[in-house]
Design a protein around this ligand. Structure first.
Ligand SMILES: Nc1ncnc2c1ncn2[C@@H]1O[C@H](COP(=O)(O)OP(=O)(O)OP(=O)(O)O)[C@@H](O)[C@H]1O
Ligand SMILES: [Mg+2]
Length: 258
């Protein structure tokens, strides 16, 4: 089982869209069984799948140890082979609680994931992290093996990468296995600032070969509560996410061609 956190300190860089796109390609094309975990009190991923925040167990209860003993009883099937552990605004309250009691409790997600891995029924876990470091994103980085960092090619984002990488290395003190799978350039388009930003970033960091192009099909698809890979199969972003999936997970194995 691979556990991947989609994280950046900056907001609005495409963390949630990337989580959804990878999850849909993995389940639909690769036939993989995927668990997505909404770690964000904004609940974008949860509302994308469920319309509203459910009145059931969410990540906050898992972090506090108030969930059902069997992990599967805490997640919701949202599509064939796709499970969701939803978020709630309770995550904001947890940030304060975590500050008061220190790091204790943040390992609860690690324990939850160990139970998921033991069952052998999930192939990939994707954590949709909030912007910044919160109790939930810290818990996700403690439980994950890899991190994907979506980034936009503006000056602030490129500068912010240094802070992001410092945070990742400090997380290695508690999770030595955590490695950066790659930085993902999102909303790529042809203009001098993007070309220069990309050149700079590639000279400094492990950046995925595949970039995700900017296209109006992405915001359109969000309004319709569809993933761009389903909403517009032929769009640039859809094609790019398929190639990214190949780069991260290798060739399609048993469900056909990309
Ligand atoms: N490839 C793309 N082309 C055009 N628009 C995009 C693309 N990817 C994402 N967007 C748009 O960028 C916005 C932010 O995307 P998203 O919500 O995935 O970012 P995020 O990093 O999860 O944000 P937050 O930090 O608030 O959780 C959305 O309006 C989305 O439609
Ligand atoms: Mg998001």
């Amino acid at each position: 089982m691979r556990a991947i956190a989609i994280e950046n300190l900056k907001g609005g860089v495409g963390k949630t869209v990337t989580t959804i796109s990878l999850a849909h390609i993995l389940t639909e094309t690769y036939g993989k069984r995927v668990l997505v975990v909404d770690c964000d009190g904004q609940c974008n991923l949860t509302r994308f799948y469920l319309g509203e925040v459910p009145d059931t167990v969410t990540l906050a209860e898992v972090l506090e140890g108030n969930h059902d003993p069997y992990w599967m009883d805490n997640v919701i099937g949202v599509k064939p082979r796709l499970l969701l552990l939803p978020a709630s605004q309770e995550l904001y309250r947890l940030d304060l609680a975590a500050l008061r009691r220190g790091a204790a409790g943040l390992t609860a997600l690690q324990d939850f994931l160990e139970a998921v891995a033991e069952d052998g029924t999930v192939d990939v876990v994707l954590f949709d992290c909030p912007p910044g470091f919160t109790a939930a994103s810290t818990a996700a980085l403690m439980a994950a093996d890899e991190i994907i960092i979506p980034v936009l090619m503006d000056g602030f984002s490129v500068e912010g990468m240094t802070d992001m990488l410092l945070q990742v290395s400090s997380m290695r003190e508690v999770n030595p296995a955590l490695r950066v799978a790659g930085v993902l350039i999102n909303q790529w388009h042809r203009c001098p600032a993007v070309t220069e930003g990309e050149r700079l970033l590639r000279s400094m960091l492990p950046v995925f070969r595949q970039t995700i192009r900017r296209t109006d099909k992405v915001p359109e698809s969000i309004f319709l509560k569809a993933s761009v890979v389903d909403y517009s199969v032929t769009s640039a972003a859809s094609r790019d996410y398929r190639l990214l999936c190949q780069e991260i997970f290798g060739e399609v194995d048993y469900c056909g061609k990309i």
